[in-house]
Design a protein around this ligand. Structure first.
Ligand code: ASP
Length: 333
């Protein structure tokens, strides 16, 4: 099959639910800097002709290492006061996927998810087994204390108090799932990939696993569409959100923006959920819908300039992206 190559594109998110009044200038600066660095790291892979998977993994590893995001260092705490991390990655070209759930000592869960995909016969590993595999693969393990930040600890204390007082937590639900990271990329070969990494939701219980590591729910990619979701995970699982968006695009030929909006702005809120997603199609069209006050988001394309936006009323520039220009035709198997 012959396929017109397009300019590489990388889109990232750092979670939905950001509220302007809760931000300090210092935090805003740090978040924008980390998002920019993640875009540049991932895009460098694409510029070097590397596969979309490499861009996704590189961008997400930067965000996992940054304490401002709910993934890797800075992950939220469970009810018992632990950090249990979930991540997944999917290659749209081959439909291969890898995921890890409930890991407590893996510094970069996205790298372990990729190792599961590439070096194990399985798609998803959890807990101790996943960590034993990480060790075997030479993936960096850290003391669980590495993930702790004071801010996340205080968020848990607040949630525990609210639980004890049986207070309703309408806006707390948003705060509880804020900061997950995700990336979708289109490489020079026209192949797509998606990845997501998270600490889950503050105060989560009993080995709870969210949507992020569940292929089709929080993370999905095929030959025509890639999606990473962020939000109240239970709703993303019940709507199989990422897969749903991609099926609309590739099977029903619904334009990407409409497909993503139908799931994120209609289906999920109609069930009582909230959140957002980043979506990318094989022609380089981007969609970043969210039904929360804001969402950390960014993209980088042909001009190599990183674009980052945090708030709902901030122009993220996605409407200004010129129609992708087909480059030369490349042969594909
Ligand atoms: N979706 C994630 C979860 O439910 C949380 C998030 O996106 O912030 O685990």
């Amino acid at each position: 099959m012959s396929h017109a190559a397009v300019s590489p594109v990388l889109v990232i998110h750092g979670g939905a639910g950001v509220i302007k009044r809760d931000m300090t200038p210092a935090r805003e600066h740090a978040v924008r800097a980390a998002m920019t660095q993640a875009l540049q790291s991932g895009y460098a892979e694409l510029k070097a002709g590397k596969p979309a998977l490499d861009a996704v993994a590189a961008a997400l590893a930067v965000l996992e290492d940054d304490p401002n995001f709910n993934a890797g260092k800075g992950a939220v705490f469970t009810h018992e006061g632990r950090n249990e991390l979930d991540a997944a990655i999917m290659d749209g070209y081959t439909l291969r996927a890898g995921a890890v759930a409930g890991v407590r000592r893996v510094k970069n869960p996205i790298l372990l998810a990729r190792a599961v995909m590439e070096h194990s016969p399985h798609v998803m590993l959890s807990g101790d087994g996943a960590e034993a595999f990480a060790k075997e693969q030479g993936i960096t393990l850290v003391d669980p204390a590495y993930f702790r930040t004071e801010e996340r600890w205080q968020q848990l204390q607040k949630a525990l108090k609210e639980d004890a007082a049986k207070q309703p937590h309408a806006d707390v639900e948003t705060a509880r799932h804020f900061g997950t990271v995700g990336a979708v990329a289109l490489d020079a070969q026209g192949h797509l990939a998606a990845g997501t990494s998270t600490g889950g939701m503050t105060d989560k219980r009993w080995g709870r696993i969210g949507d992020s590591p569940i292929i089709g729910a929080g993370t999905y990619a095929n030959s025509g569409c890639a999606v990473s979701g962020t939000g109240w995970g239970e709703f993303y699982i019940r709507t199989v959100a990422a897969h749903e968006i991609c099926m609309k695009v590739t099977q029903m030929r619904v334009p990407l923006k409409r497909a993503a909006a139908e799931v994120i702005n209609q289906e999920i809120p109609s069930m009582g959920g909230n959140g957002g997603a980043i979506a990318l199609d094989a022609e380089g069209h981007i969609s970043i819908p969210f039904n929360t006050d804001g969402m950390y988001r960014g993209w980088i394309g042909a001009d190599g300039a990183p674009h980052v936006a945090l708030y709902g009323d901030e122009d993220d520039g996605t409407t200004e992206i010129p129609e992708p220009v087909p480059a030369e035709s490349v042969a594909q198997p």
